[in-house]
Design a protein around this ligand. Structure first.
Ligand code: PRT
Ligand code: MG
Length: 205
């Protein structure tokens, strides 16, 4: 039995065609159900549906053999106890620093609102800039407007969300895409099976 951890939303949508190429398919009925464990056409493969940020934990602890998670989520998690096998090149975006203007970044101690505390700390440490990080779980764009922070660090795709909130993308931290991750023990015990699926997915990328 092989368990794959996925998150609902863009990752699930963009992963389905890749799984299909490895001959793993989920019926419309399963997809539209509210079930959190989905059967596939392959009786040896199950899909579990969890929050994007929980995917590394499920894989790390072996509750799932394989998972698909954004590089942003993996960097924040630390990704101990798992292998990153493949860059799937899906759900692409950038982690960026954004503010109302460039001048806002010139502060003795820069106040930053973000969900990405570890990545942000590391980036500004490298730049040698003193920062105060305010951890938020969503609606980061609001923070500079109400004076909670000078800027934000968040994912940017089209830039429309920033624009709609009067913010500009100012510094590019890193390019993000989704990665296929594997539990270290599973990779040993189910090596042949996992490598089989991975090579099929890889071959079609
Ligand atoms: O929504 P939930 O709280 O359950 O979890 P989640 O937000 O982590 O999941 P989801 O499905 O929204 O995102 C899963 C993964 O998709 C992320 O971990 C990223 O690796 C990847 N991804 C790719 C993105 C985006 N693009 C993206 N644009 N995740 C989020 N966004 C958001 C961004 O945070 C901002 O609010 O979209 C907005 C910006 O988009 P633009 O197009 O307006 O710039
Ligand atoms: Mg989301």
């Amino acid at each position: 039995m092989l368990t794959i951890a996925l998150s609902k939303g863009r990752i699930l949508e963009q992963t389905l065609p890749l799984l299909k190429r490895a001959n793993i398919e989920i019926s419309e009925e399963e997809l539209s159900s509210r079930k959190l464990i989905l059967n596939t056409n392959n009786e040896n493969v199950k899909i579990i549906i969890i929050r994007a940020t929980d995917v590394p934990s499920f894989v790390q602890h072996g509750a799932a053999d394989i998972g698909i998670a954004g590089k942003d989520v993996l960097m924040e998690h630390g990704a101990v106890g798992l292998f990153e096998l493949l860059d799937l090149n899906i759900s692409k975006c950038s982690l960026m620093v954004a503010a109302t203007s460039k001048e806002m970044l010139d502060q003795q101690t820069l106040k930053i609102a973000t969900k990405y505390v570890n990545c942000t700390k590391q980036y500004f440490q490298q730049k040698g800039q003193q920062v105060e990080i305010i951890k938020l779980y969503g609606s980061m764009e609001l923070a500079p407007k109400v004076g909670l922070s000078h800027c934000i660090v968040d994912l940017v795709d089209t830039g429309n969300t920033l624009k709609a909130n009067g913010l500009k993308p100012l510094e590019h931290i890193i390019d993000i895409s989704s990665r296929l991750i594997v539990n270290v023990a599973s990779y040993r015990t189910k090596n042949k099976q996992i490598r089989g699926y991975v090579s099929k997915i890889k071959g079609k990328l």
